[in-house]
Design a protein around this ligand. Structure first.
Ligand code: GLA
Length: 636
């Protein structure tokens, strides 16, 4: 008896111990503490796509998504923008991941500050938003080279977006840094990520049938276990999908064709518009694109009525700060502007628009409870204009740019021996040589993208696409010829992706003979250079200052700073830096006429403003309280 009861007590202890162990394992596996009661079973199964409607947590689920790119919004404003998204009735945040910012030099990774992706995803989760992650590696997005790092071009045989070893090895190295950060944030692990996109619109590129399976495997093998999706426009739909991923579609107007394509390729699966283009982007020299609020809302309603899930691309566009804008090459090269306002429901500076208000009404019908109140807006400020009081001609600032590089023939910027063997990625490169005579200078179509040409530091003209020739005046003896070449942004979409090296990409001819013996300065205007510039010898601004040059002014903020917009009437083309932050390019040809200056980059008191102007400087810099994105034209 005694032995029996001892045995059963032992068994009980074993059973209890076993249960505790099981509970611990399950706890670790599924993070019970994070879960809503009753959702445990559902967290074992993520977003389901094997019936005509998505299922999440055992219930029918409609994705009401919106894109906001953390890298286009100052971190201090992430919460504000996401709260505004929530208050509009959306339930899912979608974001791309820009490889070129996260790995600026091969093997050097940055996931801090404005690039703290984990913090961004966690914040979305905390605010009650699901997340669809779009990690690329190619993201398109009107972002330089579609997010690919320019150092990939160091390999002369590089084949981007293919299974070429040099490309896949680089992707693998990046994914091995990126994915471990997001794997724990997946739905089944208690996090907000419900789906992950494989690449981006590969169907429109489609040069390698092995590529999409490779990219899918790159995600799976590193622990991505939520639903996989692909996203394509209607022409790319067939070639862009990969087995095991749900194909979704990108569009601005819903057509029967879209639905029939999805029906035939994926019967009995949920339909989703991954990119409903709520507006459109702008390029320099063009007009500002708008898509009227009414037209936009009617397409959204149609999409929802037809039972589809939707993601608004963009919900809030933000800004291409720095030199990160992409470019378009359809019939000719056109660089994207600095603003990525996109005519989206939330403006570049986080203001509500007519679209926002209409959408809130539409989406409120898809919510059981009433929507949260809309957050208050931050004030937009105008500040006293700043008088430019100091300047430094480019020719004097060159000594701060580091040792120049000597080369017999021109070298493209990515191949320059700078940045620890990674070349130069963005900004300007100056090529200098001597010429014995005047005559005809021919760019040989090797200027990427725009060169200001000088003889003995005097401006003689511009070489660019479709403007390949320039007359060089005669003069005495050997003279200095300088070409200040600007990388205006690498094309981010289309078949020319492998052909986006910048600077001088080949010989320049004078009277038919290639010029030789160059001295090359890399002018990427990174923080280190700007810091050196700040503490070097500035001059008082004369009546007719030499351009190109750096111009310094002060913005005085009385009290707590507010958002403002930099306006440069009378100036021509260049870049604005505030307290060392590169706000982006301006160009009088527009459409964009103001640059967004977010309050978190200002402080109370004196703020330093530096303008790099290429051609025509003025005396004052203005700070106004509303944006001017230029003359509008309907996207139609
Ligand atoms: C495509 C791409 C996006 C973006 C839009 C246009 O759909 O997938 O990244 O470039 O076009 O804004």
């Amino acid at each position: 008896m005694l032995i029996l009861s001892l045995r059963s007590a032992h068994r009980r202890r074993l059973a209890v111990g076993g249960l505790i162990l099981l509970a611990v394992i399950l706890y670790r596996r599924f993070n019970w503490h994070d879960m809503e009661p009753g959702t445990l079973r559902s967290r074992m199964v993520g977003l389901q796509a094997d019936s005509p409607e998505f299922q999440l947590g055992g219930e029918v689920f409609r994705i009401l998504g919106g894109s906001i790119h953390y890298f286009r919004v100052p971190r201090e404003y992430w919460r504000d923008r996401l709260l505004k998204m929530k208050a509009c009735g959306l339930n899912t945040l979608t974001t791309y991941v820009p490889w070129n910012l996260h790995e600026p030099e091969r093997g050097t990774f940055n996931f801090k500050g404005n690039l703290d992706l984990e913090a961004y995803i966690k914040l979305a989760g905390e605010l009650g938003l699901w997340v669809i992650l779009r990690p690329g590696p190619y993201i398109c997005a009107e972002w330089d080279l579609g997010g690919l790092p320019s150092w990939l071009y160091r390999d002369p045989a590089m084949q981007l977006r293919s299974t070429y070893k040099g490309f896949t090895q680089a992707v693998d190295a990046f994914f091995s840094q990126l994915l471990p950060r997001v794997v724990p944030l997946q739905y089944k692990k208690g996090g907000p990520i419900i789906a992950v996109q494989v690449e981006n619109e590969y169907g429109s590129f489609a040069v390698d049938t092995e590529y999409m399976p490779y990219m899918k495997e790159a995600l799976l093998s590193r622990g991505i276990e939520e639903l996989l999706m692909t996203s394509d426009n209607v022409d790319g739909l067939k070639k862009g999908n990969v087995e095991g991923a749900l194909a979704t579609i990108n569009l601005q107007k819903l057509r029967d064709l879209h639905l029939s394509h999805l029906d035939s390729s994926q019967p009995q699966k949920p339909k989703m518009v991954m990119e409903f283009w709520s507006g459109w982007f702008d390029t320099w020299g063009d007009l500002h694109h708008v898509f009227t609020a009414e037209d936009m809302a009617s397409v959204v309603m149609e999409i929802l009525q037809k039972g589809l899930s939707i993601n608004l691309y963009m919900f809030h566009g933000g800004t291409n700060f720095g030199f990160m804008n992409g470019a378009l090459e359809m019939h000719s090269y056109k660089a994207d502007v600095t603003s990525y306002d996109y005519d989206a429901p939330l403006s570049e500076s986080g203001d509500y628009t007519a679209k926002y208000l209409l959408l809130r009404e539409v989406f409120s019908k898809y919510h059981g409870e009433s929507l949260p109140d809309v957050p208050a807006l931050f004030p937009k400020m105008s500040y006293d204009a700043s008088t430019v009081y100091q300047y430094m001609p480019l020719w004097e600032a060159l000594q701060l740019a580091g040792e120049p590089f000597k080369s017999e023939s021109p070298v493209n910027m990515e191949n320059l021996p700078v940045n620890n063997g990674n070349g130069q990625s963005y900004g300007y490169t100056l090529y200098e040589t001597t010429i014995p005579s005047g005559g005809t200078l021919h760019s040989n179509d090797k200027v990427r993208d725009r060169a200001l040409v000088f003889v003995d530091s005097s401006f003689i003209g511009v070489l660019k696409y479709k403007h390949l020739e320039l007359a060089v005046p005669e003069g005495k003896g050997n003279r200095k010829l300088s070409l200040l070449v600007e990388n205006c942004g690498r094309v981010n979409y289309g078949k020319t992706l492998n052909n986006q090296r910048k600077g001088l990409v080949g010989d320049i001819l004078l009277n038919g003979t290639p010029l030789k013996n160059f001295i090359i300065y890399s002018l990427d205007m990174k923080p280190r250079f700007m810091e050196r510039l700040k503490y070097s010898h500035w001059k008082e601004v004369p009546d007719k200052p030499t351009v190109p040059g750096f111009f310094r002014g002060m913005l005085f903020v009385d009290g707590y700073p507010g958002d403002t917009f930099v306006k440069l009437p009378g100036w021509s083309k260049g870049v604005v830096f505030i307290n060392g932050q590169n706000l982006g390019r301006y160009w009088s040809i527009g459409p964009q006429q103001t640059l967004y200056l977010p309050a978190p980059w200002l402080h109370s008191g004196i703020n330093e403003v530096i303008v790099f102007e290429e051609q025509e400087a003025e005396k004052t810099i203005h700070f106004v309280n509303s944006p001017d994105l230029g003359m509008a034209v309907d996207v139609e």
